[in-house]
Design a protein around this ligand. Structure first.
Ligand code: NAD
Ligand code: ZN
Length: 363
């Protein structure tokens, strides 16, 4: 019988470290066992890992909704790496391939998985969502078919950004953004900004981005927003009218990326009758919103949960230049080495230095 490939290709460098969350406010860099790829998996030498709001939330609150950190968990899910070994049966990748890692691997057997709506799989295993370990380490194993080989013109940093970008792709698809669309995007955090990039790549004619922070709106302008609005009123109907005036008509769709109740209301009031409001932002579990207004104007309110089948699209958008590399670069405000991950998390938490996307370099 042929010897498994990983045995032949293992390097002498077996030291592994990982950034592990032990509980609320208890994050440590620790030695961590170097994994071996199981059948169908690849072993990756990790490269760029972006910090997401959810990583910070698990750190500061120990939970998001029903997902509670009850045992030590490796952080990180916006990631790229280089294949250093392949498990049995892997045919799509070879040692040396540079890849983007889609962090959620579904069960593959349930109705949702079979129908392609695998992001709704009840048995999803998603990096750094308890109890599943993330990839913020020197070495990490992942299912090979959820790793996407990068063309040489896509950097490891941009490969890590394919994770939030996939959220933008899914949101724009659910909103039905197309050539000539007028789009309202509420919130200019990383998620609002990737929705902006995607909407523009879809051919949106006019995109307005709102936020309460001036610096974030400046970044939105640099990333291709047609107009921005600094939110400084609690009167959501007035704000909606202001948006319609600025746009020269009502937006066809609104993509809500704050989770803030008032912003959801604004999105509904502003959207054209017969249009769509996509709720990307996840805020309070219960909210008071103008539901009758939406109903009698046939404004569809749609949720999104992460993404499905979007990684290949996001990768094509970046490699083809439909999402320009320099625009993506505007999002990445900070770089840290793996050894300085705690400092990186501190920057992401406080937003110091105008932090938007903080990137950690593992190699
Ligand atoms: P973020 O906190 O960095 O960005 C939110 C932005 O909204 C900030 O810039 C903030 O200043 C702005 N904001 C706050 N109140 C506002 C208001 N009233 N009007 C306009 N702007 C306002 O967060 P992010 O990482 O960009 O994520 C955005 C949201 O998307 C979060 O709620 C997150 O949980 C959610 N999310 C959902 C999914 C999903 O699958 N549905 C995936 C990823 C993130
Ligand atoms: Zn499933």
């Amino acid at each position: 019988m042929e010897e498994p490939v990983h045995k032949k290709t293992r390097t002498d460098d077996d030291d592994n470290v990982a950034l592990v969350l032990y509980g609320v406010d208890d994050l440590k860099m620790v030695p961590w066992e170097k994994p071996l790829p199981k059948p169908g998996e690849v072993l990756l030498r990790m490269q760029s890992v972006g910090i997401c709001g959810s990583d910070v939330h698990y750190w500061t609150a120990g939970r998001i909704g029903d997902f509670v950190v009850t045992s030590p968990m490796v952080m990180g899910h916006e990631a790229s790496g280089c294949v250093v070994a392949v498990g049995d049966g892997v045919k799509n990748l070879q040692v040396g391939d540079r890849v983007a890692i889609e962090p959620g691997v579904p069960c593959r057997h349930c109705d949702h998985c079979k129908q392609g709506t695998y992001n709704l799989c009840p048995d999803m295993r998603f990096c750094a969502t308890p109890p599943i370990h993330g990839s913020l380490a020197h070495y990490y194993c992942h299912d090979a078919d959820f790793c996407y080989k990068l063309p040489s013109n896509v950097s490891y940093d941009h490969a890590a950004l394919l994770e939030p970008l996939s959220v933008g792709v899914h949101a724009c698809q659910r909103a039905g953004v197309c050539l000539g669309s007028k789009v309202l995007i509420c919130g200019a955090g990383p998620i609002g900004l990737v929705c902006l990039l995607t909407a523009k790549a879809c051919g949106a004619a006019h995109v307005i981005v709102t936020d309460i922070v001036e610096q974030r709106l400046e970044v939105a302008m640099a990333m291709g927003a047609d107009q921005v609005i600094k939110v400084d009123t609690k009167d959501t109907q007035k704000l909606a009218n202001q948006i319609r005036e600025k746009m020269g008509g009502a937006p066809n769709m609104a993509i809500e990326c704050t989770g803030v109740e008032a912003s959801v209301s604004t999105a509904i009031y502003a959207t054209r009758s017969g249009g769509v409001v996509v709720l990307v932002g996840l805020g309070a579990a219960m909210a008071t919103i103008p539901i009758v207004n939406a109903s009698v104007r046939e404004v569809d309110i749609r949720g999104i949960f992460r993404y499905r089948n979007c990684y290949p699209v996001a990768l094509e958008m970046v490699s083809s230049g439909r999402v320009p590399a320099d625009k993506l670069d505007h999002m990445i405000t900070h770089h840290y080495k793996l050894a300085n991950s705690l400092e990186a998390f501190e920057t992401a938490k406080t937003g110091r230095g105008g932090a938007i996307k903080v990137m950690i370099h593992c190699d």
